[in-house]
Design a protein around this ligand. Structure first.
Ligand SMILES: [Zn+2]
Length: 100
């Protein structure tokens, strides 16, 4: 479904489709996520500089319309200390700002 250029849509709601894949003989799964506007059907593009597939970080397909996010089961007792360590330096950047 494509957006009708005669009717501007503010994209009020979205529908997400998620496919889960597991790499054979590994403990890594991927969530392949696509989004489109529920009103007009416009396909959404993920803002992600990395293209491809990696077990270490989220990436997108070539045109950015599919997010490929690796994941694994969360084990609270084993991960608590590591997660707290990872929060050091955690911040939120406004869109378009550079990493310093
Ligand atoms: Zn829309």
């Amino acid at each position: 479904m494509s957006q009708n250029p005669d009717t501007l849509c503010v994209h009020p709601d979205f529908t997400a489709n998620v496919k889960v894949c597991r790499i054979t003989d590994s403990d890594v799964w991927y969530a392949d996520v696509t989004l489109h506007c529920s009103s007009c059907g416009a396909v959404m593009q993920f803002i992600c500089p990395s293209k491809g597939l990696s077990p270490d970080e989220p990436m997108t397909n070539v045109d950015g319309t599919e997010l490929r996010a690796p994941f694994k089961p969360y084990n609270e007792s084993l991960e608590r200390e590591r997660v707290l360590d990872d929060l050091f330096g955690f911040g939120v950047r406004p869109p378009g700002s550079a990493v310093s």
